[in-house]
Design a protein around this ligand. Structure first.
Ligand code: FMN
Length: 351
């Protein structure tokens, strides 16, 4: 896509998107607290909740309601549901619509064992008739736009995403996000952009969101050029650098360069993330949730090793705030080569 094409207003099922750079869901990381902090930085289009089990929603499980927690600033937002049962998915979608949810996203890509064993996530890609009937019923059950997120297929011998994309468009789906890997690939190997391009070619009108391994503005540019996708879904790259949405929007759409965030800004972001978790959860839960992501903050910010250890073991807010004061008082590390940051391994067949 050319910069002029990228500047065109972009809608998903009639809902205007503030940008073409979307936050891909990362269960356990991209919760409301992170989304709100990332949105404050600008450039973020659509965000999606963690995948939530349709049956758990219908059974009103508190954990499921934590996952769909949102606020007026957390817009536009899609709630992602999964499950094997057409009836449950439709009922869950209706319940979400009644709660004012803007977009419903169906997960057809998750390779995690507990999701696939139940017949949800990427398992649906092995049952074409069932998947198509399910998507059709889901679209018909609500007025809200329905989108689907899927992988290229089950394995290299079964690259079914172009077929499904065509069928889902006929069924009335508003957009498709495609992670350019197969279920068998898990999170290994390289993202297959030619595979994403094949999905773009397969549909007639609906936008395709290209997803996988976008960690820089250049990666996003390559995704647009090589696949022809209409928007880019950024998951782990957004976790490591939440400024990436603004950087992509500035550079690829408006041709403007923006300076990378200073070390202080990165520390401020981490502190805001923690404080938002504190505002939304109990102190104990906020600390436990934060520990999971603290590891990546520690490496990205080049926090000295002993402090990094304290960061991932944080027990209460006072300890966190004292650590932030220490960090701010330190001389920021000299800019050098970007540190190597191990990427969180996502849900895979063994999960
Ligand atoms: C820790 C983790 C959790 C994930 N959770 C979800 C999820 O809840 N729903 C989903 O559709 N994809 C999920 N994914 C897949 C991502 O949305 C995305 O498709 C994948 O990570 C590739 O994009 P990326 O390289 O930009 O991260 C998850 C991935 C990771 C690493």
């Amino acid at each position: 896509m050319t910069p002029a094409a990228l500047q065109q207003p972009f809608r998903v099922g009639g809902v205007e998107m503030p940008s073409r750079f979307f936050l891909a869901p990362l269960a356990g990381y991209t919760s409301l607290a992170f989304r709100l902090c990332a949105r404050e930085l600008g450039g973020l289009g659509l965000a999606t909740t963690d995948l939530v089990n349709a049956r758990s929603l219908l059974e009103k499980r508190p954990r499921a309601f934590d996952l769909i927690e949102t606020s007026p600033e957390d817009r536009p937002l899609a709630v992602q549901i999964y499950g094997p049962s057409k009836e449950e998915l439709c009922a869950a979608a209706q319940m979400l619509e009644a709660r004012g949810v803007t977009l419903i996203d169906l997960n057809m890509g998750c390779p995690a064992r507990k999701v696939v064993r139940g017949g949800g996530g990427s398992a649906l890609m092995r049952e074409a008739d069932k998947a198509i009937a399910l998507v059709r019923a889901l679209v018909e059950s609500v007025k809200a736009p329905v989108t689907v997120k899927m992988r290229l297929g089950w394995d290299d011998a079964n690259i079914t995403a172009p077929f499904f994309a065509r069928e889902f468009e006929q069924a009335g789906v508003a957009a498709i996000t495609i992670h350019g890997r197969t279920r068998e690939q898990g999170f290994g190997g390289l993202v297959n952009r030619a595979g994403i391009h094949a999905v773009v070619e397969a549909v007639q009108r609906i936008p395709v969101i290209g997803n996988g391994d976008i960690r820089s503005v250049e990666d996003a540019r390559t995704m647009f050029i090589e696949t022809g996708c209409a928007a880019a879904g950024i998951g782990r790259g957004g976790l490591l650098n939440p400024w990436i949405f603004r950087q992509c929007d500035a550079e690829l759409v408006r041709g403007e360069q923006i300076a990378p965030p200073a070390c202080e800004e990165r520390v401020d972001f981490m502190a805001r993330h923690f404080e938002k978790l504190m505002a939304l959860r109990t102190e104990k839960v906020a600390c436990v949730l934060f520990r999971k992501i603290a590891k990546w903050y520690g490496i990205a910010l080049r926090v000295p090793r002993p402090m990094r250890h304290r960061l991932v073991m944080i027990k209460d807010a006072a300890e966190f705030r004292a650590l932030m004061a220490e960090l701010r008082a330190m001389k920021p590390p000299a800019p050098g080569r970007e540190p190597h940051i191990p990427i969180p391994s996502g849900p895979n067949a063994r999960w």
